[in-house]
Design a protein around this ligand. Structure first.
Ligand SMILES: [Zn+2]
Length: 328
């Protein structure tokens, strides 16, 4: 059975990481860029491990050079997401990859993304919101101009601030300046933690960066006190099971901690992270959760409602998406 048409919400995607390989190959050809080394013979992305994945990801991003490229990227990504029943998506966007962190350049990229998102909403009934992320392995100093871009463009489309990149670089507290700046501007916060780091990384992220959501967070399962704390404080985890299984951040599907976390009362949601890089889609995630843990319509409905409550959008958008979940 397939869950392709079931309505879905996903909170944890990286915009460039959603780029279909054929789209990136097309851009590279137009611009005469040779990035053939990042593809397998069958056309999929090729890499050895997580660090190499980050290098391939950044190589793919070199083809995205202008606001018009990002306009086309958003259109391609949302058409693909909508085909899997996604009615609301949040995506991480990085000013570092859009004009090198310059605020004026960033505004041009953002305008292009927003107009593409508006067109895709009219065409496919999917709403996109952006979360600006600093890149952890670029270091704390690089996070500051990113936070300025976030604060200056916080509004209808940019709805939150977060951090992605190599989790084992530095400690969460090293990035507190950027997160403090975003929080003081009223921005909701999320941060990758507990994908590669242990429960201590999740605990430090909550304590030092005061985020409402954690990207991944699955390694929290190793500390029962932390799991209880996550449940008590209503922290939402953006769980990406297919990504974890593919990158071997956790064991296989049957060993994945999403069910145990949910049983312990932790708010869990389901997302694809970087779907074409990890050979997944939202349909595949739902299908595997149904097959592995016996999840049915009631479970998926609960997951959607948890995601809707944790979404960083305004309440008018939340009400609109709630209707889409009822009537789709
Ligand atoms: Zn991620």
């Amino acid at each position: 059975m397939t869950h392709k048409t079931l309505p879905k919400i996903e909170l944890h995607t990286h915009l460039e990481g959603c780029a279909p390989p054929a789209f990136i190959r097309g851009l590279a050809k137009e611009k005469s860029l040779d990035i053939s080394g990042i593809f397998n013979p069958d056309g999929t992305y090729a890499y050895r491990d997580f660090d190499h994945f980050l290098q391939v990801y950044e190589a793919a991003c070199t083809t995205l050079q202008s606001p018009q490229d990002f306009y086309r990227l958003v259109k391609a990504v949302l058409e693909e997401s909508a085909s899997h029943g996604v009615v609301y998506q949040e995506t991480f966007v990085s000013p570092d990859f859009c004009g090198g962190g310059d605020l004026a350049a960033w505004r041009d990229y953002l305008a292009a993304m927003e107009s593409a998102a508006a067109e895709a909403e009219a065409e496919h009934g999917i709403t996109l919101k952006g979360i600006i992320t600093c890149i952890r392995h670029f270091g704390p100093d690089a996070a500051k101009p990113t936070a300025i871009c976030a604060v200056e463009t916080f509004g209808d489309f940019i709805t939150g601030f977060g951090m992605a990149g190599g989790e084992m670089v530095g400690r969460p507290g090293d990035y507190d300046y950027a997160f403090d700046m975003a929080r003081e501007a009223g921005m909701p916060l999320t941060c990758h933690a507990g994908e590669w780091g242990g429960p201590d990384m999740v605990a430090d992220t909550l304590r030092d960066l005061k985020v409402q959501r954690i990207g991944h967070g699955v390694n929290a399962i190793q500390d029962t006190n932390l799991v209880a704390e996550l449940a008590d404080n209503g922290v939402t985890l953006e769980v990406c099971p297919g990504s974890n299984v593919f990158l071997q951040a956790t064991g296989g599907w049957s060993d994945h901690p999403i069910q145990k976390l949910r049983d312990a009362g932790v708010k869990v949601t389901v997302s694809t992270d970087d779907p074409p890089f990890f050979a997944t889609t939202m349909t595949h995630e739902f299908d595997m959760l149904a097959r592995t843990f016996g999840w049915g319509d009631a479970d998926f409905n609960e997951i959607n409602q948890t995601a809707l409550e944790a979404a960083f959008c305004d309440d008018a958008t939340r009400a609109k998406i709630a209707k889409r979940l009822e009537t789709t």
